[in-house]
Design a binder for this molecule. Sequence first.
Ligand code: DCP
Length: 131
Amino acid sequence: MVAGAILDSSGTRILLARRARPAELAGLWELPGGKAEVGETDEEALRREVAEELGIDVGVECELRERVALSDELVLIARWAHVIAGEPAAREHQAVRWVGAEELSTMCEQGYLVPADAVWVPELVARLRPA
Ligand code: DCP
């Protein structure tokens, strides 16, 4: 499972998407991504998933430090990425939005993020430039 920490062109904001399913995660915000298919690298999977889900082409960079075990078989990782082409749109999510460091911290503290993604918040905040 690979999620994208997708930065805007100014490096001040990160892209969040609000989940539509399953019921226990619906309405919460996540770093968008999806599962790698057989024979696909993380990088290829992330590029394919964000193209399908958000209609954007991204360049994929290195992995964030933390990894999250979602189950015995599924590990969630995140990779830094930046938009190469397109405007993100919610095709499978309820909404998308760009958030700066301060807003991201607040959303995390108030429980608006999917639980697994909270581990990345310190690293995201540290990299985001002040607006
Ligand atoms: N998940 C998460 N944080 C993310 C992305 C996903 O905690 N940033 C979790 C939520 C789900 C699991 O990973 O429990 C699977 O996520 P998706 O439902 O997005 O993946 P799909 O099963 O839809 O993958 P695909 O898009 O390949 O169908």
